[in-house]
Design a binder for this molecule. Structure first.
Ligand code: FES
Length: 151
């Protein structure tokens, strides 16, 4: 009798350990450190993102955070914001239309997926290379007072 109870307890402990291991090994994908030089969020400390009610959206970045002729990937929000021409901002889903990896870098006029090499135009997210079957879907943003917000 006693042995049976012990077996159950042991199994329970093993299960818990397996769960803990599963949680701890979430290394994510596409998270290479060698991406663009752009900082993902305002680093000057001059701004704080929360300003509810201003124009209804979540502030994603400041306009100066987005390089002209390039862009910045916001992994948490799964959005990539580009600035093809000075003062012209675009936003697209950062989820690759091939197999749903997160795009990781923006360089040489394209948004790049690390998984199988798809490249999308920074202007309209059209597929420029790789196995992606479709452009990245557009996301809606508003730009005012130097703030870029998801709407
Ligand atoms: S998931 Fe992006 S290229 Fe395959």
């Amino acid at each position: 009798m006693n042995a049976r109870r012990r077996t159950v307890l042991a199994a329970g402990a093993a299960g818990a350990a397996a769960l803990a291991t599963g949680c701890g090994s979430d290394s994510g994908d596409g998270g290479d450190g060698g991406d663009t030089s752009a900082s993902p969020t305002a680093s000057a400390g001059a701004t704080d993102s929360a300003s509810p009610g201003a124009s209804g959206g979540v502030e994603l970045a400041r306009t100066e955070d987005i390089p002209v002729g390039g862009g910045t990937v916001f992994k948490e929000q799964k959005v990539v914001v580009t600035q093809p021409e000075e003062g012209e901002f675009r936003a697209f889903s950062a989820v690759c239309t091939h197999a749903s990896c997160l795009v990781s870098t923006v360089s040489d006029g394209t948004i790049n997926c690390p998984c199988h090499g798809s490249k999308y135009s920074i202007t309209d997210a059209a597929v420029e290379a790789g196995p992606a079957p479709r452009p990245l879907p557009a996301e809606r943003i508003s730009v005012s007072g130097g703030a870029i917000r998801l709407t």
